[in-house]
Design a protein around this ligand. Structure first.
Ligand code: DP6
Length: 384
């Protein structure tokens, strides 16, 4: 019996203009457009292999070595859409094997520990959707496929491209125009780097899905954000990327992170994602930019206390120098020659700030989903 397989890798993306709020929960349509930077898969990626065969009677999913339920409505929505597109192909060409009728085995692994505290749902859904679209030999382009990934997790649609990516919110009720588009490829601005400070926190964060529902339902400030702030910022940020204007890009990135956390605080009950360590990191970056007389580093925080600091490679000695000075006891510095960093600065912070950070991940802008020779399934279509 023939077993058909396909594999792909997909990246993590970190928004610089945040998606927060849905106008349609089941189609996962956002209340505003967003922008992100795709991060290098050398450091953070999901590898997904899929297999199908006439003998597979049901869809099955294995995540990081453990079989999981495939019945979440979001995963089902993605599989239904992909199968529908395959049916279209099979109806046009009756010689094609009827893959759409067979069970799917999906095996997925991250190259970073879940304990790193990084949301992996974006890379996960992007990899799942791309792997199956390859298996099914779908002719749709990445923007079209991103609409399916969007139904898995909104931010996942942006992981279908490398470099600098926008999620255009669209206006249609059926979501047909709510998709990811490339703002600029990696080569346009290849020297963008990112330092992720994984901030330790005991408390369980409010999941983004329910957090944004609370904000939409209760925050007045949120109305101002989506109507007045984001539409203008969306255009300005896209332009700053096209101009490779870091000072502008960094300013907008920090402002948008703070705007997003403000609408969280303005929700009822309020949602807190930043902790004391996050706030000290915010102050450190502002102090650095102040010292330099221009913005050379920009922080952004998602639905948790982890900081992502963007900077350009030419400022690495200064930006990482400052971080090294205060976080050198934290793991993650192995690929850096610390003697090249500028660590003498007058900037001060809590000398024990490093205790709030469990590791640092040094990475940079990266490519979109990639074909791979690696496979997580054997020739029976089961996890290796
Ligand atoms: C703060 O994409 O995780 O990271 O669509 O409900 O799955 P769902 O939400 P999700 O939300 C991400 C929110 C964010 C901002 C962003 O990535 O744009």
């Amino acid at each position: 019996m023939t077993v058909y397989t396909a594999s792909t890798t997909a990246p993590v993306n970190i928004a610089t203009l945040k998606y927060w709020g849905k106008r349609d929960k089941s189609l996962n349509l956002p209340t505003n457009s967003s922008i992100s930077v795709t991060l290098s898969q050398n450091d953070l990626r999901t590898l997904t292999s899929v297999a199908t065969s006439e003998s597979f009677t049901e869809d099955k999913l294995w995540l990081n070595g453990k079989q999981e339920s495939i019945n979440s409505p979001r995963t089902k929505a993605c599989l239904d859409d992909l199968k529908k597109l395959r049916v279209e192909l099979e109806e046009k060409n009756s010689s094609l094997p009827k893959l759409s009728q067979w069970g799917l085995h999906i095996v997925s692994e991250n190259n970073f520990p879940t304990a790193a505290g990084l949301a992996s749902s974006a890379a996960g859904f992007a990899a799942l959707v791309v792997a199956i679209s390859k298996l099914y030999k779908l002719p749709q382009d990445m923007s079209e496929i991103s609409k399916i990934a969007r139904k898995g997790s909104g931010s996942a649609c942006r992981s279908l491209f490398g470099g600098y990516v926008a999620w255009d919110m669209g206006v249609k009720e059926n979501g047909e125009d709510s998709k990811a588009i490339e703002v600029a490829p990696i080569n346009h601005w290849p020297n963008m780097k990112a330092a992720i400070l994984v901030v330790s926190d005991d408390k369980k964060d409010t999941p983004s899905t329910s957090g944004m529902q609370t904000t939409v339902a209760t925050s007045d400030l949120f109305q101002w954000r989506i109507k007045e702030v984001v539409p203008k910022r969306y255009e300005e940020m896209k332009q700053s990327i096209l101009d490779k204007d870091f000072a502008k890009f960094g300013d907008l990135t920090m402002k948008d992170s703070n705007s997003f956390h403000s609408v969280c605080l303005d929700s009822s009950p309020p949602i807190f994602y930043l902790n004391d360590t996050s706030k000290k990191i915010i102050k450190l970056i502002h102090a650095l930019n102040e010292q330099e007389g221009k913005i050379i580093a920009a922080y952004t925080f998602d639905a948790g206390p982890n900081a992502v600091v963007y900077y350009e490679e030419e400022n690495e000695s200064k930006v990482l120098g400052l971080l090294y000075k205060f976080f050198n006891k934290v793991t993650g510095w192995d690929k850096i020659d610390s003697s090249k960093l500028i660590t003498d600065t007058d900037i001060v912070t809590d000398p024990e700030i490093y205790k709030g950070v469990s590791r640092i991940i040094l990475t940079k802008v990266g490519d979109g989903p990639q074909d791979t020779e690696e496979s997580l399934v054997n020739d029976q279509g089961l996890p290796k």
